[in-house]
Design a protein around this ligand. Structure first.
Ligand code: SF4
Length: 235
């Protein structure tokens, strides 16, 4: 119908749907509805086919505005989809005495109020080098450490001679307009840094109780992978 009526507006727009719908309504009442519907379906299946409409064999070619435009094959059009944004999430796996450091997402926005590993989000998705991921992780770890005002013996990560990381898991998750690549890094040699659980929504949660928290799907996948192989990753 978009071809026959020469409609170049995207057919997923409500206004276009209304235009086409009323044209069909008008036409169907000028004919035998059952025959009209069958003819329309057969025309679409055999003649006005998706990629190359067979206009030369079309019984309604004389009234077709799409054919007259010379651009029938371009119809129908759809609203172009927005490109999906890509983000790399660097998440930290920090264990202490059988508990894992976790944090609660903000009450607003995506996955509001759900739990996650302490993380930092990199703005786009170039192929980050391992060094760049480690740098982002080091900054996050540093923030966690210096954010602590309760424990007196906190050392900043900057003071640590060799906080390095091991990549222990990775998963992707696709939202409607966003794609996450989540890389989980475990700090190595950070045992002198003490991180309190009372800032930034962070909490030490016993590993056996992690399942009581509400996690986004991608973290459920990662936790399931990691907890199954926990002895390998335990400090
Ligand atoms: S003339 Fe071409 S574009 Fe128009 S209805 Fe027929 S096959 Fe489709």
């Amino acid at each position: 119908m978009a071809r026959y009526l020469g409609i170049f507006d995207p057919i997923d727009l409500p206004t276009t749907k209304r235009t086409i719908s009323s044209a069909v309504d008008r036409a169907i009442h000028q004919a035998e509805p059952r025959l009209f519907t069958q003819a329309l379906m057969e025309l679409g299946a055999l003649v006005c086919v998706p990629r190359r409409p067979r206009c030369d064999a079309c019984p309604v070619a004389h009234g077709c505005l799409g054919k007259q435009s010379g651009r029938a094959a371009e119809l129908p059009t759809k609203t172009p989809k927005k490109a999906r944004r890509k983000r790399t999430i660097v998440a930290l796996w920090i264990e202490r005495d059988g508990a894992l450091l976790v944090e609660r997402r903000s009450d607003d926005g995506l996955l509001a109020g759900m739990w996650q590993l302490p993380m930092t989000e990199l703005p786009d998705d170039p192929p980050y080098s391992e060094g760049e991921l480690f740098l982002a992780a080091r900054r996050r770890l540093h923030k966690l450490a210096i954010g602590n005002t309760i424990e007196a013996d906190v050392l900043s990560v900057a003071d640590q001679p060799a906080v390095d990381f091991l990549a222990i898991a990775e998963a992707r998750h696709v939202f409607t307009h966003l794609e996450w690549r989540v890389v989980v890094l475990r700090p190595i040699g950070y045992h002198q840094v003490h991180i309190a659980s009372d800032h930034g929504g962070a909490a030490w949660v016993p590993i056996g109780e992690l399942s009581k928290l509400v996690w986004p799907k991608v973290y459920q996948t990662l936790l399931s992978q990691l907890l199954n192989s926990l002895p390998v990753h335990r400090l």
